[in-house]
Design a protein around this ligand. Structure first.
Ligand code: SF4
Ligand code: SF4
Length: 94
């Protein structure tokens, strides 16, 4: 079996999402859409399908709310945008 493209997974804190759509625009794999259902603040949040996600982290970097967490397979790394100033690279345990 040949190696597949690196897979990724993102987690969006949808209750804090403002529905700006920047992550949708920047995702090269069309892995994010805007939900039809509003969150508790009345915004239509980003929703992820994760099917084609490569873990490139572009969505986490552009998100003005810093609410997207990115995980990559092979336990290489996780990018967390919890900090407002810039995303930080942290090691992920196996
Ligand atoms: S990590 Fe990259 S491929 Fe995955 S959802 Fe975000 S922008 Fe798209
Ligand atoms: S960029 Fe952030 S705030 Fe904007 S829609 Fe995506 S997750 Fe929500």
């Amino acid at each position: 079996m040949r190696n597949r493209e690196m897979a990724g997974k993102i987690i969006i804190d949808t209750e804090r999402c403002k529905g700006c759509g920047l992550c949708v625009i920047v995702c090269p794999k069309n892995s994010i859409v805007i939900s039809r259902h509003s969150n508790k603040n009345g915004y239509f949040p980003a929703q992820v399908n994760n099917i084609n996600c490569t873990g490139c982290a572009m969505c986490a970097i552009i998100c003005p709310e810093a609410i997207i967490e990115v995980h990559r397979d092979n336990n290489i790394a996780a990018v967390e945008s919890a900090k407002k100033d810039r995303p930080s690279l942290i090691e992920e345990k196996a």
